[in-house]
Design a protein. Structure first.
Length: 173
């Protein structure tokens, strides 16, 4: 009986994990086989917001978008001879205040954002096309990747149904 209970519990756990569409609960996205973890998103979000103190803090979906795009931006900038180096990104004065030093995911984003300045319009169009062709699985908690915007956009879960508009009161008779 104990073996049967264990088997049922294991089957249930496997079924629930399959519902996510990603390899694990700690996976934010899988992009062309490259795994972006929840930890990478959390670290980069916290560090960039702490280091740069933007008026409107960046959200986890925005950071995930930047992590998805970063290697392709860095590659396009390198092809154009305009790549920002990793060491230059690590040396940004804003990052000096981070007690534990910048995470690799933070550096990758900052390197890509600086490199993007050197990508011309044709390169940007090529990047947009590249983003549309990527094989992606996004953890649904972030939304979905919209190739036309090259970013994560919010989705409304299918279990939320918009409320019907309230009926107008009938005239008193």
């Amino acid at each position: 009986m104990k073996a049967r209970t264990t088997a049922i519990a294991l089957a249930g756990a496997l079924a629930l994990s399959a519902c996510s569409g990603t390899t694990s609960a700690e996976t934010a996205a899988v992009v062309d086989g490259r795994v972006i973890t929840e930890e990478q998103v959390r670290e980069a979000t916290a560090q960039i917001n702490e280091a740069f103190n933007p008026q409107q803090p960046l959200t986890a979906p925005q950071i995930l978008t930047l992590l998805i795009r970063a290697p392709y931006v860095n590659e396009a900038a390198a092809a154009a001879g305009q790549a920002q180096s990793e060491s230059a990104a690590r040396a940004l004065p804003q990052l000096a205040a981070l007690p534990e030093g910048p995470a690799d995911s933070t550096v990758e984003i900052l390197q890509a954002e600086a490199s993007l300045q050197g990508v011309d319009d044709a390169g940007r169009r090529a990047l947009t096309q590249k983003f549309a062709e990527l094989d992606m699985e996004i953890n649904p908690r972030y939304g979905r990747f919209d190739p036309s915007q090259a970013s994560i956009v919010a989705t409304s879960p299918n279990w939320l149904v918009p409320a019907a508009p309230a009926a107008a009161p009938s005239p008193a008779q």
